[in-house]
Design a protein around this ligand. Structure first.
Ligand code: G6Q
Length: 544
């Protein structure tokens, strides 16, 4: 057994889970009128309500004891001071420096002057594009930005630009190409004019197969649709840590925006990887995004654990995953602009905490990261909410919504919020057999028919949710919201004693595909794999 599962704090939580599991959330609310006040936190214009989680004062105390036992405060301080907490890659994890203001030293060098230099470079570039000082080869202004990148070099900027659509500048439309499936590139390019299209090739390593294939094909398209070799420099820029590879691709160093090995891919939207964001919403709004994240960083680094939003969100997740056995966690934004937020968080959380070896090199004997998934409300209500309400699994869910919408149309926003509130309330209270029977009788239903139907219409309730409300989805608020989840993931990694900043599982995929790519091009059958893989390779070959 691991030190963690043997520890007094862990055991106390295990014992207390059996107490809490016997109490319905409805009873907890009936018993304690202060429940909302006690189990909600607000910060800036954001509120987190975790009172609809199966907790009480004792649970919170026990979770905080676990956090202290795992030295959470020390780990937070280590992250902020630039320690190499990404131990398997011997790197710091300093996304907080990308939005920071104070010196942070890594390997004897303060990283902040470089961070500021690149931000200024981005600022000059975005102003030049937006003002028309930098134009396409025929003299027309750029109208379309195509970001070519995958994973961390795609999901963050794609999610943020969608979320901040109300802030898009006139005349510029962003597009994102990630999949190596030529369908995506073809479908985007067929709508574009090379004279007015700017390509951003985004890759930390600049060796990722999908990104390089898409970048080469985009260049080919540019050259075969009117552009010439000498125009490439005007239309292609790169964001990377690997200058030699960028130059080898044919992009001049002066059209390159750098970032650093201490920025993890899925934590990189705050760096030059955010260039398509800045080009789409303007640098001032990009700075506001950084400021929002910085505010959350300051809160995370300084608020006491019990008043600390990322800490409490992380600990509630630990309570669900490790003590109630939840293996899945739903992210349900009641905001269409956040429609890519679940996909973004899926990478952030699952790639960070989908690990089973501890920092000490031992196999864990407890669950780590949950499966993260979700869709915007109210769409989900007409799809998978059935399972949330009446299925056999208890799924913990985060509901997110802005109090104000950017889109003032009829009564839509009030209807959206009414649904948010009704769903979180119904998931918590449920509907008892007595209530259902009374309802059916009031409708005048025959008693025998009602008896047959009654169990189907019972809702057990007691389904845990956390509500996150904010005033309006501004760049600043979005920055805080993303940083909230980044830090929540970190909190959980500390409790589990795993490194959230590496991704060896992703690296494996990158190696395997390269080998099979060669075999797919060969004529003869292969016997170099298991029978299934060889059979599949043969089937593909015979059908091409
Ligand atoms: C993120 C991961 C992964 C990475 C992509 C793209 O944290 O490392 O999603 O971002 O594999 O890698 P490149 O940016 O190096 O092309």
């Amino acid at each position: 057994m691991s030190a963690l599962t043997q520890s007094p704090a862990w055991r106390a939580l295990q014992a207390y889970q059996t107490v809490m599991a016997q109490q319905h959330l409805r009873e907890l609310f009936n018993r304690d009128p202060q429940r909302f006040n006690k189990f909600s936190l607000s910060f800036s214009d954001m509120l987190i309500d975790y009172s609809k989680q199966p907790i009480n004062d004792e649970t919170v105390e026990l979770l905080l004891t676990l956090a202290r036992q795992q030295q959470l405060e020390g780990w937070i301080a280590r992250m902020f001071s630039g320690d190499k907490i990404n131990s398997t890659e011997h790197r710091a994890a300093l996304h907080i420096a990308l939005r920071g203001q104070h010196p942070i030293v890594v390997d004897g060098v303060d990283v902040m002057p470089e961070v500021k230099r690149v931000l200024k470079q981005m600022e000059r570039f975005t102003i030049a594009v937006q003002s028309g000082a930098r134009r396409g080869y025929s003299g027309k202004m750029f109208t379309d930005i195509v970001n070519i990148g995958i994973g961390g070099s795609d999901l963050g900027p794609a999610m943020v630009t969608e979320a901040l659509k109300p802030y898009w500048l006139n005349g510029i439309t962003p597009h994102f190409i990630s999949n190596v499936d030529g369908a995506q590139l073809t479908q985007v390019l067929q709508r574009l004019n090379p004279e007015t299209t700017l390509f951003v090739i985004a890759s930390k390593t600049f060796t990722t197969q999908e990104t390089l294939a898409n970048a080469h094909s985009a260049r080919q398209w540019f050259l075969s649709h009117g552009g010439s070799e000498k125009n490439i420099a005007q239309h292609f820029v790169a964001v990377s840590t690997n200058q030699p590879a960028v130059e080898q691709f044919g992009i001049d160093a002066e059209n390159m925006f750098v970032f650093w090995d201490w920025v993890g891919g899925r934590y990189s939207l705050w760096s030059a990887i955010g260039l398509p964001i800045a080009l789409t919403i303007g640098m001032d709004n990009f700075y506001a995004l950084l400021a929002g994240a910085r505010e959350m960083d300051q809160h995370f680094a300084s608020a006491p654990l019990e008043k600390n939003m990322p800490v409490m969100l992380g600990l509630i997740g630990i309570w669900q995953i490790n003590f109630f056995g939840s293996s899945s966690h739903a992210i349900l934004p009641y905001d269409q602009c956040l429609h890519r937020f679940p996909a973004y968080l899926q990478q952030l959380d699952m790639e960070s905490n989908g690990k089973r070896i501890t920092r000490d090199g031992e196999m864990v004997d407890y669950a780590t990261g949950a499966v993260v998934w979700g869709e915007p409300g109210t769409n989900g209500q007409h799809a998978f909410f059935q399972l949330l309400h009446q299925g056999t699994q208890t799924i913990s869910a985060d509901f997110l919504a802005p109090c104000q919408s950017h889109y003032l149309i009829g009564d839509h926003h009030r209807m959206l919020l009414a649904n948010f509130l009704a769903q979180t309330e119904a998931l918590m209270t449920g509907k008892t057999e007595t209530e259902v029977r009374a309802e059916l009788e009031a409708q005048g239903m025959d008693t025998q028919v009602a008896t047959q139907l009654v169990l189907h219409k019972v809702f057990p309730g007691n389904r845990p949710t956390t509500s996150i409300l904010f005033k309006k989805l501004t760049p600043q608020t979005l920055g805080s919201l993303i940083a909230l989840y980044e830090h929540k993931v970190f909190v959980q990694s500390v409790i589990w004693n795993i490194n959230p900043f590496d991704q060896w599982g992703v690296e494996l995929g990158k190696q395997l595909a390269g080998k099979i790519l060669v075999e797919l091009a060969e004529k003869a059958s292969t016997s170099a794999h298991d029978a299934s893989t060889c059979g599949l390779i043969d089937f593909i070959r015979n059908n091409q």
